[in-house]
Design a protein around this ligand. Structure first.
Ligand code: GDP
Ligand code: MG
Length: 602
């Protein structure tokens, strides 16, 4: 196919502004699915996506569309809508020359609209500003056009208006894609080179890759090699995704195709697939570095499931290149992994997928953000190569006597809110140790506010709190602002004097007392009564900040049955035994596994 007839684009928007619905309409208009079929949100293939109504994985669809007697190949790359998944967005934009910036004509520009707009801008992409949901009676296209003009300087004349739900204006939008977005700047001459933007695992065919072809051609049976290794491979599978696989024999520069090199053929996101004679010195290997914002330990529900969980995590990590994994072990939980995520939703979705797609049950420890310390006399502590160390596990924080300076990660938070909530939003952000930046007007009723905030203060429940104090009207997004000096300490939890390693946290000194009280109270609530009395203490460097006592109690589920029905009694005992399996034992104290993840939520 002639590259001038290729358009690679994606749809970006704030969550719920209609990306998936628009994708469905585009698939209908190009004949991929029949209009009015039951099957909606075709691109949201994962169960977790359908349940949560969010798009997690970027999925592509190649569409044919005939315009002015020429047939174009339009490659739509659907992108996830949540901040946690912005690396998926970043990855897919590398293959795109343009985006449809979708804005709900009723809600107007939201925080994430600002974020995805600046991402597209930074990557020099053609942006087609598009109002969606114009069928809604309360839609106010003129107001939103004014917002787009004042925030991003879009000429109102260039703004498209559609209803993805009703299909209004979608044909015009398809034509705007062809007219406004340039064809990929590539050449089909020369050596073959493709860049991997996504991978997933197939039971029979091994790793399958979504590849964007930068130059040359690729054919089934062709000899190729990965940039990352010298071994030669053979192209075993080649297909267009429509989004169902449509096998092809050959593909050329500018196309986005599925490639597989067989069960041992390899492939990972960011790697490049090359013709065997590709001149390697011409390749620049700048990789897009993923920044992990939240770390947590993942452990099998019991050690007999270690291999099962290990296989599942590896497969899932292949499909979700944003996670990082290191082996970890805990006295209470056994062998597991310390896993880095982009955010809490990412962590949640990852574990839900483990369960749904791989049937692996996992225990999660309390999540934490990475901290950094500068250690005194770095040479003394041999394990630290430099004098600055990133701490992803609170237990690995060096002795305070050896620490010269502590740092914690900060972000710039962007909030768009109706003006009447400026007060409560400011209070919330100051309460979370935020410092305000200048605000700007979105329109006469809405303001864009920005704060520099410690990441640790927003990863857990900031978004929910913001939503509830603004009756759901404020939107929030954040971007990394690097590490800044801070005053920190490690807080430990002791049960009858024994350290529960999984519950240690790094805390800002201004929060010590508050957190100590909250943690001990919550643990008292969450840990069931035991045969012995349990002292719950929050301790910092030997000093007790809070203490709670859990009274002894013997739970006998059959007590009220007076020895009556034997089967009933057996059943109850069995249930109790199963309940116990879900417990972890520390110093003979049984702790429900949920404690490890729930206790640190506010
Ligand atoms: P996404 O999160 O951006 O993928 O958004 P979805 O496509 O899942 O849409 C979110 C909600 O908005 C769904 O309930 C859709 O039915 C609804 N929606 C999407 N487009 C339109 C539209 O043009 N008009 C109306 N009335 N509702 C729409
Ligand atoms: Mg969606």
């Amino acid at each position: 196919i002639d590259k001038d007839k290729i358009r690679n684009f994606s749809i970006v928007a704030h969550v719920d502004h209609g990306k998936s619905t628009l994708a469905d309409r585009l698939l209908e208009l190009t004949g991929v699915i029949k209009p009015g079929t039951e099957q909606t949100q075709v691109l949201d293939q994962l169960q977790v996506e359908r349940e949560r109504g969010i798009t997690v994985k970027a999925v592509t669809a190649s569409l044919n569309y005939t315009y002015e007697n020429k047939t174009y190949l339009l490659n739509l790359i659907d992108t996830p809508g949540h901040v946690d998944f912005s690396n998926e967005v970043v990855r897919s934009v590398t293959a795109c020359q343009g985006v449809i910036l979708l804005v709900d004509a009723n809600e107007g520009v939201q925080a994430q609209t600002v974020a995805v707009h600046s991402l597209a801008k930074r990557n020099n992409m053609t942006i087609i500003p598009t109002l969606n949901k114009i069928d809604l009676p309360r839609a106010d296209p003129d107001k939103v056009k004014t917002q787009l003009k004042s925030l991003f300087n879009f000429d109102p004349e260039t703004v498209m208006s559609i209803s993805a739900k009703k299909g209004w204006g979608v044909k015009e939008l398809l034509e705007a894609i062809i007219k406004r977005i340039p064809p990929p700047p590539v050449s089909s001459d020369g050596h073959f080179r493709a860049h991997i933007i996504d991978t997933w695992h197939d039971k029979y065919r091994g790793v399958l890759c979504l590849a964007y072809i930068h130059s040359g051609k690729i054919q089934i049976g062709q000899a190729v090699k990965w940039l990352s290794e010298t071994k030669q491979q053979t192209v075993k599978s080649l297909a267009l995704l429509r989004p169902k696989e449509e096998p092809i024999d050959e593909a050329t520069a500018g196309q986005v195709v599925m490639v597989g090199c067989g069960p041992k053929g390899g492939g990972s996101v960011g790697d490049q697939l090359l013709s065997t004679d590709y001149p390697l010195k011409e390749i620049s290997t700048s990789t897009n570095h993923v920044k992990h914002m939240v770390y947590a330990g993942i452990f099998p529900a019991d050690q007999s499931q270690h291999t099962l969980l290990s296989d599942a995590i590896k497969k899932l990590a292949l499909n979700d290149s944003a996670v990082s994994m290191h082996p970890d072990s805990s006295p209470a939980l056994g062998q597991g992994w310390r896993v880095g995520f982009l955010g809490l939703l990412h962590l949640d979705v990852f574990t839900q997928r483990l369960l749904q797609e791989y049937k692996a049950e996992a225990i999660l420890t309390a999540p934490s953000v990475p901290y950094k310390v500068k250690v005194k006399g770095a040479k003394i502590i041999k394990q630290y190569k430099g004098d600055e160390v990133i701490i992803t596990n609170p237990l690995l924080l060096p002795d305070p006597n050896n620490i010269e300076e502590y740092y914690e990660p900060f972000v710039i938070g962007t909030i768009i809110t109706p003006v009447e909530y400026i007060g409560p939003v400011t209070t919330l952000c100051l309460d979370r140790r935020g410092s305000p930046l200048p605000t700007s007007a979105v329109d006469d009723k809405n303001t864009l506010m920005q704060f520099i905030l410690p990441l640790s203060e927003i990863v857990v429940d900031f978004h929910d709190t913001l939503k509830s104090i603004t009756s759901g009207f404020a939107s929030f997004d954040y971007q990394d602002h690097g590490f800044h000096p801070s005053a920190l300490a490690r807080m430990d939890i002791l049960l009858n004097g024994v350290l529960v390693e999984e519950l240690s946290t790094i805390v800002h000194v201004s929060r010590l007392e508050y957190n100590a009280r909250r943690l001990t109270e919550k643990l008292k609530e969450m840990i069931p009564r035991q045969m012995v009395q349990v002292a719950i203490q929050a301790v910092v460097g030997g000093k007790v900040y809070a203490r709670e006592t859990l009274k002894a109690y013997r739970k006998d589920v059959t007590a009220k049955l007076y020895g009556g029905d034997v089967t009933r009694r057996k059943k109850l005992l069995k249930q109790q035994a199963e309940g116990k399996k879900k417990m972890r034992s520390v110093a003979n104290i049984k702790i429900p596994r949920n404690t490890f993840i729930d206790v640190l939520k506010r």
